[in-house]
Ligand binder design. Structure first.
Ligand SMILES: NC(=O)c1ccc[n+]([C@@H]2O[C@H](COP(=O)([O-])OP(=O)(O)OC[C@H]3O[C@@H](n4cnc5c(N)ncnc54)[C@H](O)[C@@H]3O)[C@@H](O)[C@H]2O)c1
Ligand SMILES: O=C/C=C/C=C(\O)C(=O)O
Length: 486
């Protein structure tokens, strides 16, 4: 069993209270780590360390020096690739190929890309006329916002945490990270990387614990935190926004979704089935960008439902390191209870269960894991809770549609607006639909294809602000205008 400690001012330390909590494996419910729980004193120490670092060596570095250090972080993550893969697999139980090809490489890329952005971004300037004819020059400079509180979820822990820490550090801020209680290990491991490459002490800090009345709340309420970036549930975002209103702290939120997948009859059928399969079931459906509402044009509806069913029934459950396995458990028994409650509700609401709907039979120790079947429903009404609320599990409801106008209205009829995936070979239609669907991210004939320079975030209750490329600079810096009379 591992001991996971806070990382404050460059040192791993347990909390003075001695309070610890258990992290259990989603695969078999074994305790795999004992994690220290930060109280107010540790959160305060982390925020003070972050403030001191801003005023110290880190604050005096040039952009080029910071960029070099961040390249060093990316390279060191790559050098320690296997350690990160192992830590993340242990926390989430997801297949090794997803860690190796998506989540861990993205962690390294998140440092590299934002180092490049900060190196290349120009600042705006305006020359103006003055009555004396000599004029004035305005230029905008970007300064770090200060100490950033980073609150993270458990579904793709390392990728989502570094997606915030990378740009925050590139812009010259310091951070205090509160990883999810379900996935503490990669954030802790990153402390070793920071020390190895010479990131000054206090620039990167980690405090562990829960949300309410624990490290998450203590951090977001701390007056020494200048801004908060959060990825997680919309309800949690509401609590954090209230905390941030004290002291007028800025927030950047990436929240929940109930994303629509739209499949037209003229699509490349096999590609669409594979695309929707991935968007509904990758990471056991625990992806904020995932598809839980699928709309299929009527002429291909039955064929599509059968093809997706066959694909879902072919998943291979197993341990991450098992090469035949391609499908892992949910993050925890608690989350499985939530997902199964929706599985039951779907039946109560009158769904036809096309496949799944329960818990698979697992052999040996795996019988104690948080496994759940990929599930497909049809036949629910548009106002069913299962069609309207985010479940965050491996499930989708499929409904036929007859026209573009109808499916646009269906897709938009939701409080969330994170992403959509549209499948059609008619690109004019793809563009038309993209302009009408109220989301922050639209994919046409793809899903989760990411260019880190692009704006990323949600509309409606799916978020506030955009991160990615120069958009991250909007949040992680203050823009200061300097007006010089010539
Ligand atoms: N839009 C996106 O980019 C995106 C990405 C990934 C996940 N998500 C969303 O995240 C959710 C799943 O993640 P989760 O279950 O970890 O979310 P969550 O909101 O339960 O928890 C996220 C983090 O917030 C902390 N927290 C909880 N209550 C808090 C409080 N009152 N004050 C401060 N911190 C608090 C938790 O400890 C955890 O670290 C889903 O809704 C999913 O859609 C969104
Ligand atoms: O589960 C949510 C996935 C979010 C993805 C990103 O934040 C990203 O690709 O940067």
């Amino acid at each position: 069993m591992r001991l996971v400690e806070n990382f404050i001012a460059g040192e791993y330390q347990a909390s003075v209270s001695g309070r610890r909590f258990e992290k259990r494996s989603p695969l078999d419910n074994r305790v795999i780590a004992s994690v220290t729980e930060a109280g107010r004193p540790e959160v305060d120490a982390a925020v003070r360390a972050a403030r001191a670092a801003l005023r110290g060596e880190w604050g005096g570095l040039t952009t080029e020096q910071r960029v070099d250090l961040l390249y060093g972080v990316a390279n060191e993550i790559t050098r320690r690739f296997e350690d990160f893969v192992a830590a993340e697999m242990a926390d989430t139980g997801q297949p090794s190929h997803v860690m190796r090809h998506v989540f861990i490489p993205r962690g390294a890329a998140n440092f590299k890309v934002f180092a490049d952005v900060i190196k290349n971004v120009a600042s705006e300037s305006f020359q103006m006329a003055t009555p004396d004819g000599r004029g004035a020059l305005n230029y905008a400079m970007r300064v770090p916002k200060g100490v950033i509180g980073v609150i993270c979820p458990w579904n793709a822990p390392f990728m989502l945490m570094t997606w915030k820490v990378g740009p925050a550090l590139a812009c010259g801020n310091t951070v205090v990270v509160k990883p999810s209680e379900e996935s503490p290990q990669t954030a802790a491991l990153l402390g070793e990387v920071m020390n190895a490459v010479g990131i000054p002490k206090g620039v990167y800090n980690v405090v562990h614990g829960f949300g309410p009345d624990s490290a998450g709340e203590f951090l977001t309420q701390h007056p020494g935190v200048d801004a908060i970036t959060f990825t997680g549930e919309t309800r949690t975002g509401t609590a954090i926004m209230k905390a941030a209103s004290e002291g007028m702290r800025d927030v950047s939120f990436e929240l929940g979704g109930k994303n629509a997948g739209i499949v037209f009859a003229d699509c490349d059928f096999d590609a669409a089935v594979e695309g929707i399969f991935r968007s509904s079931f990758l990471n056991t459906g625990q992806v904020c960008l995932g598809t839980e509402r699928v709309y299929v044009e009527r002429p291909i509806f039955e064929r599509f439902v059968q093809a997706l069913k066959a694909r879902a029934e072919a998943v291979k459950y197993g341990r991450p390191e098992d090469h035949d396995a391609n499908y892992g458990p949910l993050i925890s028994h608690e989350h499985r209870e939530k997902v199964l409650s929706y599985y039951r509700k779907a039946v109560e609401e009158g769904a036809t269960v096309v496949t799944g709907g329960g818990v698979p039979e697992m052999a040996g120790e795996l019988a104690d894991g948080a496994w759940v079947q990929p599930t497909i429903w049809t036949g629910l009404s548009d106002d069913a809770a299962v069609v309207r609320e985010e479940i965050f599990g491996p499930c989708c409801h499929i409904r036929p549609f007859d026209s573009e106008d109808e499916v646009v209205n269906l897709a938009n009829d939701n409080v969330y607006g994170l992403s959509t995936t549209i499948w059609t070979t008619n690109l004019a239609r793809g563009h038309r639909m993209a302009a009408r669907i109220e989301v922050g991210i639209t994919w046409v004939n793809s899903w989760f294809l990411r260019d880190l320079r692009t704006p990323f975030g949600g509309s409606k209750q799916s978020g506030i602000g955009r991160e990615g490329g120069v958009h991250s600079l909007e949040f992680y810096t203050e823009t200061r205008n300097v007006c010089v009379k010539l």
